[in-house]
Design a protein. Structure first.
Length: 244
């Protein structure tokens, strides 16, 4: 569904990504893990057109989208849940969800609203509440729900578990699994919780210093002793409490 070849991108004169090659298969979960500053967020933002690629190409369903404006990518079915949630704090939960649905048919709104409230029932009693007054976990649920209201074909998730309590981390990862397994949604997941990301992923990449350092199935990378040492403190048993 998504093919990236030779991608270089950054800010000003400085490249953060240095020739990234990456594939996201339809109906699968692809994870990207890496240390802070590796370029993970820049990669997702470049897919969405900000910043623009300095070199290389991005293909979505075999069409080159490298130079398309961001709103056109949304219309084609790419939704991005950015790091830090970035909801509209002075809009109500309902209004945030309406913003997410701007590119879809109005006739679908009620059905899509019912779906996201089933996925995240905590939001059901918050529809008229201002987004900025929600808890951090509820804001993350709202950010994900807002993206889903656009009926995306490809969902880009940037650190969805960041700053959440373990019980909410579990719920967010369960929601991602459900979206993929039950609704066939294609997901590209950037996540510092490497254990959870690899456990969920069909395919995974390690990004280091703006380059792909390693790739394989989620289970292959999860079993790699070098990655265990780098990301799991030498083991994974202690991380299993939040498993979906």
């Amino acid at each position: 569904m998504l093919k990236i070849r030779g991608l270089r991108a950054g800010y000003g004169r400085f490249d953060v990504l240095h020739g990234v090659d990456l594939d996201v298969s339809k109906d699968k979960i692809t994870a990207i893990i890496g240390a802070n500053g590796a370029g993970k967020t820049t990669l997702l933002m470049t897919i969405c057109g900000r910043p623009r690629a300095n070199a290389g190409e991005i293909l979505f369903n075999n069409q080159n989208i490298t130079r398309l404006p961001t709103h056109e990518m949304i219309r084609r079915g790419i939704a991005h849940v950015p790091e830090g949630r970035r909801i509209f704090p002075r809009m109500s939960v309902r209004e945030n969800l309406q913003m997410g649905a701007f590119a879809t048919d109005d006739d679908n709104f009620d059905a899509d609203l019912a779906f996201v409230l089933l996925l995240f029932p905590q939001l059901k009693g918050r529809l008229e509440q201002l987004g900025g007054t929600l808890s951090g976990g509820e804001q993350q649920m709202l950010a994900l729900s807002r993206a889903l209201m656009g009926r995306p074909r490809l969902l880009l998730l940037d650190e969805p578990s960041l700053g959440l309590a373990p019980i909410l981390v579990r719920q967010v990862f369960q929601a991602i699994r459900s979206l993929n397994r039950e609704r066939g949604m294609t997901v590209l997941l950037v996540e510092q919780n490497a254990f959870q990301a690899l456990k969920l992923a069909d395919t995974a990449y390690v990004l280091a210093n703006g380059r792909i350092a390693q790739q394989g199935t989620g289970s292959e990378l999860l079993a790699d002793p070098h990655l265990q040492s780098a990301y799991f403190g030498g083991g994974v048993a202690e991380e299993d409490t939040a498993a979906p």
